[in-house]
Design a protein around this ligand. Structure first.
Ligand SMILES: *Cc1c(COP(=O)(O)O)cnc(C)c1O
Length: 391
């Protein structure tokens, strides 16, 4: 067998492989596992979206190749959502492209703008696709540490000029996975000014823009005047509409970047199934109502989890967005040993922060994708087996 390409050889081994093996073994031995590990909504896709799929799936028109840019009606609906939700005007033809899930576009855009030896500015901790896809395109990552004392925002001014001038893409993601942090428009304004100064493309991943609580409303980076000169935003139906398995998302913003990605895509894929695009359109039309329902459910779970952890010694603030709780590990542990300890003692799966980068050392991530009863059970187990924790 021929060796794999150098490109693929560079990709680090899957960081959660050990934990997954451990889970499999424990499951086989009959362990009663509660997973706070996976960022995948447990709630079903709303009925109105499923109904629209049913209504369009039998139409032979939809059985043919879609365009990789997406149907005009899908792109118009995304533009309508941006106008209504953010007050941002988008040209459906020039500034919107469908994606087969946003992860697809997040990975592929690196191949559009990064040559071997180029640098991307990548948050640490962060969604792993930013760094692995940068590397697959032959680029190198300059990691921007996200520190608690900065509200988990990168300190753009700390990036050396020589690095910023050489860099191509500035990756941002707010509301943030894994920290649950949010960014305000003032931060996005700073990022746009920084990108213009250093001639960067900002790729903002807004996967959690609709997953917000307590009245908090997350902005789009495209609300910053002039953002379209240097920024694109990735969005997804996965988290707001509980559609992770359906694979549908979008890129919006800078026409050049959207167009280049569409051209690249037309050579490597053939777009999202049209019936899925129709279903997503139905979701966007009722977006506010759908996300309000989910948010109420996640907020109640969040309060159980954060409240429970605080009772046994943590001092966490409830995140305003995302379905993640990012918390420090107690004294005497590192990220990996704490996750292993919790699993050993309680059969609860949490993710070690180091799965998201070196700066995740000292943290773990827990998700809110468990119904309230199970969340209460999880807290009870932690209380029974960890006792009071210290930092
Ligand atoms: C879930 C997630 C995505 C990917 O979503 P898809 O549209 O399902 O590919 C992108 N970015 C972040 C930060 C995520 O957590």
């Amino acid at each position: 067998m021929i060796p794999e390409s150098k490109r693929v050889q560079q990709i680090p081994p899957y960081l959660f492989a050990d934990i997954e093996k451990q889970i499999e073994r424990a499951k086989a031995a009959g362990a009663d596992i509660i997973s706070l590990g996976i960022g995948d909504p447990d709630l079903p896709t709303p009925e109105l979206i499923i109904d629209e799929l049913k209504a369009t799936v039998e139409d032979a028109e939809n059985h043919r190749y879609p365009s990789s840019q997406g149907m005009a009606s899908y792109r118009q609906e995304v533009a309508a959502y941006y106008r209504r939700r953010f007050g941002v005007e988008l040209s459906p033809d020039q500034e919107v492209c469908s994606l087969i899930g946003s992860k697809e576009g997040i990975a592929n855009i690196n191949f559009c703008f990064v040559d071997p030896g180029d640098i991307n500015l990548v948050p640490d901790p962060g969604y792993p696709v930013y760094s692995t896809a940068t590397m697959l395109a032959g680029g190198e990552c300059y990691f921007m540490p996200l520190k608690e004392e900065n509200g988990f925002l990168p300190d753009l001014q700390a990036i050396p000029d020589a690095v910023a001038d050489k860099a191509k893409i500035l990756w941002l993601n707010y509301p943030n996975n894994p920290t649950g942090a949010v960014a305000d428009l003032a931060f996005f304004e700073e990022a746009v000014a920084f990108a213009k100064k250093h001639d960067l493309l900002i790729c903002h991943d807004s996967a959690y823009v609709e997953m917000t609580y307590d009245g908090y409303v997350a902005p789009s980076i495209l609300q910053v005047p002039g953002a379209k000169d240097c920024a694109v935003e990735f969005g997804s139906c996965s988290k707001p509409f509980n559609m992770t398995g359906w694979r549908i998302g979008y890129i919006v913003g800078n026409a050049k970047a959207v167009g280049v990605l569409a051209r690249y895509k037309s050579n490597v894929d053939s777009g999202a199934f049209q019936a899925v695009q129709y279903a997503a359109i139905a979701g966007f039309r009722r977006a506010e109502e759908i996300v309000a329902k989910s948010a109420a459910i996640y907020a109640a779970r969040r309060d159980i989890l954060v409240g429970g952890l605080n009772e046994i010694g943590w001092n966490l603030k409830a995140p305003k967005a995302t379905f993640y709780v990012w918390a420090p590990v107690p004294k005497g542990f590192d990220a990996k040993s704490f996750a292993a300890h919790v699993f050993d003692k309680t059969q609860i799966v949490i993710t070690p922060g180091t799965g998201y980068g070196q700066m995740g050392e000292g943290y773990f991530r827990a998700t809110l994708t468990l119904e309230e009863n199970l969340m209460r059970q999880a807290i009870q187990r932690l209380k029974d087996h960890l006792g009071q924790v210290r930092f």
